[in-house]
Design a protein around this ligand. Structure first.
Ligand code: NAD
Length: 252
């Protein structure tokens, strides 16, 4: 289907009372300059992500893991939300029921103004006590950049803090995943900027499809989801989302 034909089809279903759910991945932040795991930065190219983003890696060398997170926090702090983030923030007002699920940990959806985000993989701006000391809350926000001491100490017990993200081998927050699953009962389900290989997040689109939602992918590359969605828009998020928004504003 042509780009204009695809937009026509989308605009017909994206009525104000449509129940819309979106899941985003790293691609939505690419235009903001957020470094990917395997980006060109030589320092971290020699280290596998799996060797850093796991409880075993942290237990082995908390300082090395924090050096990586501190580097990512510094890089992300210098980035701004892009038009894709901004359109998704405005959709919370446009649709009667809108749910934003993200796999990203960068906080750019929040900074663009999106309320009530379901953050499947936590946030790079949250921290928690590695030992889970009883005096400390489960997670709290610490946006200090750069961190003065690595690993940063828990203010409650003095042990090391950990980043508030979900690592390889860890389970997702049950409540966040439950709400995400509930949101697959919708009219239109978008999967945007994700390679759709990290489970269980990747299974949400399939769930939505089985419940009768129209499924839409926005990604300039083809993924394992491309052949299974009702509409695959082979475009960058920061281009496709403003184009859809422009049509919605014009037509209503
Ligand atoms: P991924 O790196 O596996 O896939 C990114 C996808 O985005 C690719 O399919 C790519 O084709 C697509 N893409 C690239 N530029 C795009 C653009 N401008 N518009 C739309 N799509 C674009 O990322 P993933 O699927 O999110 O999974 C990797 C894991 O790593 C996730 O848990 C993710 O949270 C994490 N991660 C997060 C960040 C972040 O918070 N920004 C950055 C790197 C990795």
């Amino acid at each position: 289907m042509s780009w204009n034909g695809s937009l026509d089809r989308l605009v017909r279903v994206l009525t104000p009372d449509a129940r819309v759910t979106v899941i985003t991945g790293a691609g939505v932040s690419a235009a903001s300059g957020v470094p990917t795991f395997r980006g060109p930065d030589g320092l971290w190219n020699r280290v596998r992500v799996e060797d850093l983003a796991s409880p075993e890696a942290f237990a082995r060398d908390p300082r090395l893991v924090w050096q990586w997170y501190d580097w990512r926090r510094r890089a992300i702090a210098a980035c701004e939300p892009n038009d894709g983030h901004r359109v998704l923030a405005s959709w919370a007002r446009r649709f009667s029921r809108f749910t934003l699920i993200t796999q990203n940990v960068d906080g750019l959806h929040e900074r663009a103004g999106s309320p009530d985000i379901l953050r499947l993989h936590g946030s790079i701006w949250d921290v928690g006590c590695w030992k889970g000391c009883l005096a400390a809350p489960h997670r709290w926000r610490d946006e200090t950049v750069p961190l003065p001491v690595l690993p940063p100490p828990c203010p409650y017990c003095g042990g090391p803090l950990r980043p508030g993200v979900v690592w390889f081998g860890e389970v997702l927050d049950a409540e966040v995943f439950e709400h995400s699953l509930d949101a697959t009962d919708c009219d239109v389900f978008f999967t945007i900027g994700t390679s759709a290989i990290v489970f269980p997040a990747a299974g949400l689109m399939e769930h939505a499809r089985r419940q009768g939602a129209m499924t839409v992918e926005i990604n300039p590359e083809s993924t394992s989801a491309t052949g299974r969605v009702d509409l695959a828009l082979s475009q960058a998020a920061e281009v496709a989302l403003p184009a859809i928004e422009h049509r919605l504003t014009r037509e209503r």
